[in-house]
Design a protein around this ligand. Structure first.
Ligand SMILES: Nc1nc2c(ncn2[C@@H]2O[C@H](COP(=O)(O)OP(=O)(O)OP(=O)(O)O)[C@@H](O)[C@H]2O)c(=O)[nH]1
Ligand SMILES: [Mg+2]
Length: 577
């Protein structure tokens, strides 16, 4: 029925900013649809970008239009367009260098692979939660209140970075357009105790099956932060910075006219590696030209490119297979595997990871090949070399092109070979749909078994906490100011005070107000920095660095309780992480 078909191969990706919209290149109907509705008899087709091409794409050309690199900001009116001629090849690595990072190792398999293939299932993005708004200094001025009290409002909280699974996406290609996501800054506080507005959140939409890691240098995989499987799952990844307090919040018996307000807290930022592992039930694997795409087109309404040409399929195709009864499954047709793929031959292992999430594999063997048995063993070996997870998955073997007489001749020796491996192979002709139904049925039965097993395991599992990253950051924010370390560099007479609590305090200090310096120095006294410095042997004129604040130490403190330091003239404020 048309209502269950993908409405359009270009679906809309909504982003936090509201106004701006991007086009995804793919469309997968929400998975729930497949299972809820029992009346689907027409199989569906899912196209993962129409880039499966007969002619292999040369690395220096790209079938898609060159996308503008564009930033997504929390507020819709602030979208920055960065035009970049070379944006076919997105190179976030360069930006790492801009941000003062060391050169990032580009993995060699990334080189020369067209961006459309590289970004299909892996990408690197930058996220930054919004900074908090600054607090205000203001005093009430009313007709009959000559000495009005402080009335500066607090800044608003910065926007969060939220990650959400969008069931309509099935590739990471939309990120080719946007790789910067920034939560909106909170509004500044104003007079009359008016608080600043809350910064708008940015929602980063990802496809089901996306694994998110913190990007780290040197081509090593960072820790997995999130493993998002189900449409609708939502995780708060980075919490926005707290708003700075206005002077109304600093009023006390001791200080009735505080001329001080805080800066908003800076929002945390991060580079993330996104990796998509398609969520399909069944994966079709096999050597190039074996007839994998033909099989998919025979069992579903998918129309993948088919040609007598190795590597016709460059990106996985998905199809929905419906049985006569109320049951469907999602089948993925993967690019062909060559012997030595793990060493970078052919498409290498670029797409094998998608098979990891499949419950069952269907291994198609080209019966018209010179040595089908050898081909079978070679592909099995590649699966094993890729990961034991893959080689342990239940699999069916489909000996294809049985409609050709010379293929039929080879069948019985092939069958014997596979039987000796403990598996009963199927003989099929994908092109004539001969025997394909048996393969589908067998795969489906196996799938049911696997799902039952999975269910049992899942029932034992406690529900996952998706907000753990944000919670960890919040916890770090509450680290006590007393928790610091002092590093002394005798050569330059520099004392470096390192501690998340005190650095945050420094970052939120608004030096534009005269009382701020006193408050900062008071804090250094109170949390024991001064004492520790004296104990360490600090001398007149030494430089003391707290976070990114540079100060000069003076021995002659006039009174106890205030610090011995004056601010160095040139205060630099690099980014605070
Ligand atoms: N005679 C015959 N030819 C077939 C059969 N199945 C596929 N073919 C042909 O084999 C060739 C390759 O088919 P594809 O489905 O593109 O093979 P593939 O495994 O997807 O190939 P790659 O995507 O390149 O890995 C095409 O020319 C098909 O027409 C079959 O059952 N019988
Ligand atoms: Mg194919």
């Amino acid at each position: 029925t048309p209502s269950h078909r993908a409405p359009n191969h270009k679906s809309r990706l909504r982003r936090g900013g509201g106004g701006e919209e991007a086009t995804t290149f793919t469309c997968l109907p929400p998975k729930d649809d497949f299972y809820q509705n029992s009346s689907i008899h027409l199989s569906q087709q899912i196209t993962l970008g129409d880039v499966t091409s007969v002619n292999p794409i040369r690395p220096d050309e790209c079938p898609e239009e060159i996308a503008d690199d564009e930033e997504v900001w929390g507020s819709g009116d602030q979208v920055f367009h960065v035009h970049d001629e070379d944006s076919i090849f997105i190179q976030p690595e360069e930006e790492w260098q801009e941000h003062g990072e060391e050169e990032h190792d580009v993995q060699c398999k990334d080189k020369g692979v067209p961006a459309i293939m590289r970004c299909f299932d892996r990408t690197r993005i930058f996220v930054k939660a919004g900074d908090g708004g600054n607090g205000a200094v203001a005093f009430r001025r009313e007709k009959f209140v000559p000495f009005g009290g402080p009335s500066g409002g607090d800044g608003g909280r910065g926007g969060n970075i939220i990650v959400e699974v969008d069931g309509a996406m099935n590739s990471l290609l939309p990120f080719r357009k946007n790789l910067h996501f920034r939560g909106e800054k909170g509004g500044n506080g104003r007079g009359k105790k008016q608080g600043g507005a809350r910064g708008e959140d940015v929602i980063v939409k990802v496809a089901p099956g996306t694994v998110i890691r913190e990007a780290i240098k040197g081509g090593v995989d960072g820790d997995v932060l999130l493993d998002l499987l189900h449409p609708g799952q939502r995780a708060c990844l980075l919490p926005g910075g707290r708003g700075g307090r206005g002077n109304a919040s600093f009023k006390s018996g001791f200080n009735r006219v505080p001329r001080i307000a805080e800066n908003g807290e800076e929002g945390p930022e991060m580079w993330l590696d996104l990796e998509l592992k398609l969520v399909a039930d069944v994966g079709i694997v096999g050597a190039p030209n074996a007839g994998k795409s033909t099989l998919l087109s025979a069992i579903s309404a998918a129309e993948p490119n088919i040609a007598n040409y190795p590597f016709t399929t460059l990106l996985p195709n998905l199809g929905v297979v419906s049985m006569d009864f109320d049951a469907t499954m999602v089948v993925a047709d993967l690019p062909g595997l060559l012997e030595g793929a793990h060493q970078g031959y052919g498409l290498g292992h670029e797409f094998l990871r998608h098979a990891e999430r499949c419950s069952v594999l269907v291994h198609v063997v080209d019966g018209s090949g010179t040595q089908p048995e050898y081909e079978f063993d070679a592909v099995r070996l590649e699966l094993e070399l890729f990961s034991p997870v893959l080689s342990e998955k239940p699999y069916m073997v489909a000996f294809n092109k049985i409609d050709l007489p010379e293929v039929l001749e080879k069948w019985s020796s092939f069958e014997q070979h596979i039987l000796s491996r403990g598996v009963r192979p199927f003989a099929i002709s994908a092109i004539n749909r001969q025997g394909t139904h048996d393969v589908v049925l067998a795969a489906y039965q196996q799938l049911r078994k696997e799902l039952e097993l999975k269910k049992e395991v899942e029932n034992l599992n406690v529900p996952v906490n998706l907000n753990h990253v944000a919670e960890m950051i919040q916890k770090q924010r509450s680290i006590s100011m007393n928790d610091f370390e002092i590093i002394h560099d005798a050569k330059t007479s520099t004392w470096n005070v390192v501690g998340a609590g005190i650095q945050r305090f420094g970052q939120m200090t608004n030096w534009q107000y005269s009382e701020s310096l006193r408050r900062f120095q008071h804090a250094l006294d109170a949390c024991g920095v001064n004492k520790a410095l004296i104990k360490g042997g600090v001398k007149e004129g030494d430089t003391v660095i707290v976070g990114e604040m540079e100060m000069i130490w003076h021995d002659s403190a006039e009174k106890v309780g205030s610090s011995n330091m004056t601010k160095a003239g040139n205060v630099k404020w690099p980014r605070w992480n």
